[in-house]
Ligand binder design. Structure first.
Ligand code: ZN
Length: 620
């Protein structure tokens, strides 16, 4: 599907939020390096003029690294053919800027110019390239790649140019491909799509402007040098912030360390401000092996304590109960992240802590709105603070290179977003990379998805297009798939857990467990009845023959249903342990067991249980 309109705009509100945090990117034409401010530290004496680079907000510029770098070269080769190197110079520095699209998409920046964009086509599972002016201009000048010179006084968007007006051309065999276009006067340039009958439809135009590539081919070290003044300034500011925050709260300090670049920069800054401190790492059970190794080696090299929170196989056990997680059904975060981290912090910092984290505004809309210091939503005695709140990807990256710090090797394999490898928030382009590079991991996941799909009677497109990533499918996905005659509405809003049937009738409620995936054993029932006896016994009755609970409806009944869900489906994630004021809960055989004598009926454990919460809120 070349030629598909690739920009899908943000909501107006999203756009204005991102625009408000946007920072300009500059370029030094003399050194041919990106600049994070309007000044080149290498050219102080030469007073060279810097250029502004026009990029799409929010502009979280990042470097193309390792495999990703070579993938871009391959894409350009594929688009321009053998002589690609006559159109575009080979550079060490290629920058990427994420833009909105149905899946992954980036602007590609070389020599201070957006030369085009790439986007991941989820139908063909391939990257596609769409050229901008610099490439189109060179293609026409040098007659390289697919082009058309047309007999027209000017070009206009949405024009469909008839083949009679095309003076000179080189066309592919198939329609739908991008074609560089210029008129015979050579004062207009455009990007067209080849249509049926050798017609070309213009989708973008530019008036002629002079353009040439820059001369030098610098390295990342040169980029650091050119940005040295800027890097020193942001470091000073962050160090000052860390010292002031420590003074204000005076709590033991711990740095959240995910193995990614942001937490690495955060650690380096905290170390500079306060000396060596503890790291806390949460192993979700879904980390790539390189990350786990890297974190352990890093802590050892630094000679610091690594607090290792471990979700064990929480995620995989919960799958049986919950079904695959989705963007609008993210039980996984609570079970594989929140629970182990909270337990670990409660154990190690019972009196509270100051937790520095590498959270950045550019990462998401919600983070764009987050303050720099906040109280942990779940544990009020934990203060979280992000020293690099408004740093860009490139700020972080250059800072790390400047400090010559040890970096997670996954970045050089082209992974720029680490974390759980099957995260439903991933784009298909990222998941396909996992599929290629970590066959064993992916096979395990795919096998699970296939079985789940089979049970639900889902078609293969549910997996191919990654539809498991949503319970309620976004409109843009439905529209996109309808182009291939796929009716995705049949996957929309389908529950993923074993069903519960709730009949409400006057003031009586009947709850029947239809297909709880964990057997509703006598033991579970007894444990349940014991622990809630003093809270609910007056208004519920269990008919073991029909396997139905009869409840007198009152203000407690929804809490009771949550409690029931919890008891039926508890996977022993242990989140409730953190919030039990009397420490009455222990985990036995992957199930939370409450000591009735210690229980004070506060029902915190029911209110915060992620299993109960997600299942209850997804009941009809
Ligand atoms: Zn310079």
């Amino acid at each position: 599907m070349a030629g598909v309109k690739i920009m899908i705009s943000y909501s107006k509100r999203g756009y204005s939020i991102f625009k408000s945090i946007m920072k300009r990117l500059y370029w030094c034409p003399r050194c041919n390096i990106p600049l994070l401010q309007d000044k080149c530290s290498r050219c102080v004496k030469n007073k060279s003029v810097t250029l502004k680079v026009k990029i799409t907000p929010p502009g979280d510029i990042r470097p193309a690294l390792g495999r990703d770098y070579f993938k871009i070269l391959d894409l350009l080769k594929e688009f321009l053919g053998e002589k690609w190197n006559n159109v575009i110079p080979i550079r060490n520095i290629i920058l990427l800027n994420k833009i909105q699209h149905i899946d992954l998409a980036d602007e590609i920046i070389i020599d201070g110019q957006v030369i085009g964009s790439r986007y991941y086509d989820i139908h063909s599972n391939k990257w596609k390239f769409r050229p901008s002016y610099p490439i189109v201009y060179q293609m026409i000048r040098k007659r390289i790649g697919y082009y058309a010179i047309v007999e027209m006084n000017f070009l206009k968007r949405r024009y469909e140019i008839h083949k009679n007006r095309i003076i000179e051309y080189n066309f592919p065999d198939i329609k739908g491909e991008y074609v560089a276009v210029s008129n015979h006067k050579r004062n207009f340039y455009g990007l067209g799509i080849l249509e049926r009958g050798k017609r070309v439809k213009i989708i973008k135009i530019w008036r002629k402007r002079p353009f040439s590539w820059l001369e030098k081919n610098p390295t990342w070290r040169d980029v650091v040098e050119g940005n040295l003044e800027y890097l020193k300034n942001i470091e000073d500011e962050a160090v000052r912030f860390i010292k002031e925050t420590k003074e204000k709260y005076n709590l033991p300090v711990v740095v959240s360390f995910s193995g990614g670049k942001d937490s690495l920069a955060t650690y380096l800054l905290v170390k500079k401000a306060l000396g060596k401190v503890d790291l806390i790492f949460n192993d979700t059970g879904l980390e790539l092996p390189e990350t786990v190794n890297y974190v352990k080696i890093f802590a050892k090299d630094e000679g610091i304590r690594l607090i290792y929170a471990d979700a064990g196989d929480n995620f995989w056990r919960s799958l049986n109960v919950m079904g695959p997680p989705a963007r609008d059904y993210r039980w996984c975060c609570k079970i594989a992240k929140l629970s182990p981290i909270s337990n670990s912090i409660k154990k190690n910092f019972p009196k509270g802590a100051l937790n520095f984290v590498g959270q950045r505004k550019f990462e998401s809309l919600s983070r764009a709105l987050s303050p720099r210091i906040w109280r942990n939503k779940w544990m009020s005695n934990i203060i979280a603070a992000s020293p690099i709140n408004d740093w860009r990807f490139l700020d972080v990256w250059l800072y790390i290179i400047w400090k010559k710090a040890r970096i997670n090797p996954l970045y050089f394999r082209g992974f720029d977003r680490l974390g759980c490898w099957l995260c439903p928030a991933s784009q298909l382009g990222e998941l396909d990379e996992i599929k290629l590079e970590y066959k064993e991991l992916w096979t395990k996941w795919e096998k699970y998805l296939k079985e789940f799909a089979k049970n639900k009677g889902f078609g293969e497109e549910w997996i191919k297009y990654g539809l498991w990533r949503w319970i309620h499918l976004p409109e843009k996905i439905k529209i996109y798939l309808s182009r291939f005659n796929i009716d995705s509405s049949r996957y929309d809003g389908i529950r993923r857990f074993g069903d519960i049937n709730i009949k409400e009738d006057n003031n009586k409620i009947e709850v029947k467990i239809i297909d709880s995936l964990i057997p509703f054993s006598k033991e579970r029932y007894e444990t349940f009845m014991q622990t809630i006896d003093k809270n609910y016994k007056d208004f519920i009755r269990y008919d073991s023959e029909k396997d139905v609970f009869f409840i007198n409806n009152n203000e407690q009944s929804s809490l009771f249903i949550k409690n029931l869900i919890r008891m039926m489906n508890c996977v022993g994630c242990g989140l409730c342990i953190v919030w039990c004021p009397t420490n009455a809960i222990t985990i036995e055989d992957n199930m939370a067991v409450i000591d009735v004598n210690e229980c004070i009926s506060c029902k915190n454990c029911v209110k915060i249980c992620p299993i109960a919460e997600y299942i209850f809120s997804n009941l009809s």
